[in-house]
Design a protein around this ligand. Structure first.
Ligand code: KG4
Ligand code: ZN
Length: 338
């Protein structure tokens, strides 16, 4: 059987990335050009700045991805690209580059949903057995997703307001941590204790939805009040208390979903899936489940949790097997839904 090699593009937010992925499982090359430094002085991603940076590097990193994989266009079976959700101007750069390459070479084009990509990062770590259940936690999304097979996904739980990563970034700003704050807050959390007992929203509700804006407000109010009375709060305890609340809610709802849907594999994906506290907690809770409903656990490599094109190549392989190709009318869709 012939190997299938896919060249993939990702440019939905603040990383420009290209990758060659073999058979949806093996990363032959992965280039991630990050723009974080350019956005940090603004405290978040500036869409126009993002688009400009994507344009500057995309041709160069296309060549690099092919070179590092020891490939030429002749070796590539499909060109894949994230077409949503994300920043429309940023998405357009990747979509235009992929369409131009497809038109020039005649290689088929595949449009990939960014969220499907995050979830399929797991496929680059181990084999997913279906049905699978995914906790998809990033800067823009917090969802529990049921995977019936490699290409059919259903959202069973969603955030009503802020995404988990967004909440990390917002409380990070209050603590003077550079965007994106998640990694630093995670490190601080391991040096403190849950002394503040922030609220855990919707824990006992009979659904799989989340809400993080109340937690964010409680955190900010605590900090402002301390400022007014000139009280010093311990930043490690603040971080630990915030993280304990986030992890409690995510773990509680996810375990309930696992009990209900009884998937064969449990997957985590997205930037917040790199969180040490969350990874440890999910491993521990799943280890404690009764044997007959204990799913296999796949936590993607840390470097595949954040935005990258390898995950897009992995998801595109499944769409390729399912003959789901795009044509040159493919367009960026900033609010694409799974
Ligand atoms: O998936 P991603 O790279 O981009 C989106 O699609 O949103 O996720 C970025 C988010 C940011 O909000 C960042 O603060 C968060 O992931 N993040 C973390 C950690 N590493 C990154 N949040 C908590 N703990 C971490 N270790
Ligand atoms: Zn992402």
């Amino acid at each position: 059987k012939k190997d299938i090699r896919i060249l993939a593009y990702e440019s939905s937010c603040d990383e420009t990335s290209t990758s060659v992925v073999k058979n949806g499982r093996e990363v032959e090359s992965l280039i991630v050009a990050t723009q974080i430094k350019s956005h940090q002085r603004f405290g978040g991603v500036v869409p126009e700045v993002a688009s400009r940076h994507h344009i500057e590097v995309i041709s160069q990193i296309t060549k690099e991805a092919l070179q590092k994989a020891n490939a030429t266009w002749n070796d590539i079976d499909a060109i894949a690209v994230t077409y949503g959700p994300g920043l429309v101007g940023a998405l357009l750069i990747g979509v235009s580059a992929a369409k131009a390459a497809s038109m020039a070479t005649g290689i088929p084009l595949i449009g990939v949903d960014h969220i499907m990509g995050h979830i399929m990062a797991a496929q680059l770590t181990a084999e997913i057995e279906y049905p699978a259940l995914a906790l998809q936690v990033s800067g823009g999304h917090t969802e529990i997703v049921l995977l019936k097979d490699p290409t059919h996904f259903e959202i069973v739980g969603d955030t009503r307001d802020d995404a988990a990563g967004e909440a990390y970034d917002k409380i990070g700003r209050v603590l003077g941590v550079n965007y994106p704050a998640g990694k630093t807050i995670d490190e601080w959390a391991h040096q403190g204790n849950d002394t503040f007992h922030f609220p855990r929203a919707m824990m006992e509700d009979d659904d799989y939805d989340f809400s993080f804006s109340g937690l964010k407000s409680a955190f900010i109010n605590t900090c402002h009040h301390a400022d007014q009375i000139h009280q010093e709060l311990n930043k490690f305890d603040l971080a630990a208390s915030f993280q304990a609340a986030v992890v409690d809610v995510l773990a509680h709802k996810t375990i309930r979903a696992i009990k209900q849907y009884q998937p064969r594999t449990f997957i985590m994906g997205g930037g917040v899936a790199a969180n040490r506290g969350l990874r440890e907690r999910m491993e521990e809770e799943i280890a404690n489940l009764p044997h007959n409903i204990k799913p296999k656990v796949i936590l993607p490599d840390l470097k595949l949790c954040g935005d990258n094109a390898a995950m897009i190549g992995a998801a595109a392989y499944n769409l390729y097997q399912d003959h789901q190709f795009a044509d040159l009318t493919l367009n960026a869709d900033p609010s694409l839904e799974l």
